[in-house]
Design a binder for this molecule. Structure first.
Ligand code: HEM
Length: 143
């Protein structure tokens, strides 16, 4: 079903753009902007963002998982072990990014220690996302 393949490719790209875009926005725009705020002010900013962020992020993660598994199912039989190993490595990194992204928008504690842990999580998530995108481009060149 060619049309389903196209829809799933679109879903994968749209969801990936949403998750990576959200991580970039949080890490490079929001965190530096509110880093020096008092805990109370930080709490009010984060609380006002949290509900929409959660819906957006959780929907996009569902999109990544559905389309990613579909793409994997589609491509698995026509590819070989180098491809499989790299794809499994990519999926492992993707799961770490997903867990870190969920962690960064969960809970409402804004205590300094907690805040800096979440910032570190977002930094790692951003670095891994850049690596995953490079891996995905490489995977595409393998078939
Ligand atoms: C943060 C998470 C992820 C990112 C940033 C990401 C990124 C990408 C990108 C940019 C592509 C190329 C799309 C295209 O050219 O049409 C791609 C393809 C693909 N992704 Fe993901 N992805 C992620 C998660 C996943 C997951 C969780 C799975 C599997 C469960 C998956 C499986 C695949 C497969 C099988 C392809 C096709 C690769 C090929 O063309 O050979 N991805 N991904």
């Amino acid at each position: 079903m060619e049309w389903l393949n196209i829809i799933m490719r679109w879903l994968h790209l749209a969801s990936v753009i949403t998750v990576v875009g959200t991580v970039v926005f949080l890490r490079l725009i929001i965190k530096p902007a509110i880093g020096n705020f008092s805990e109370e002010k930080r709490l009010s900013v984060l609380n006002s963002l949290q509900y929409r962020l959660k819906i957006l992020l959780h929907s996009a993660i569902a999109g990544i998982l559905i389309s990613g598994l579909y793409n994997t199912h589609l491509i698995w039989k026509t590819t070989e072990s180098t491809y499989h190993n790299m794809l499994l490595f990519k999926i492992l990194l993707a799961l770490i990014v997903i867990i870190l992204a969920i962690y960064s928008v969960s809970g409402s504690s804004t205590k300094n220690q907690y805040f800096s842990k979440k910032t570190q999580g977002l930094t790692l998530s951003l670095i891994l996302a850049v690596i995953i995108i490079a891996l995905s481009a490489f995977l595409r060149s393998l078939h």
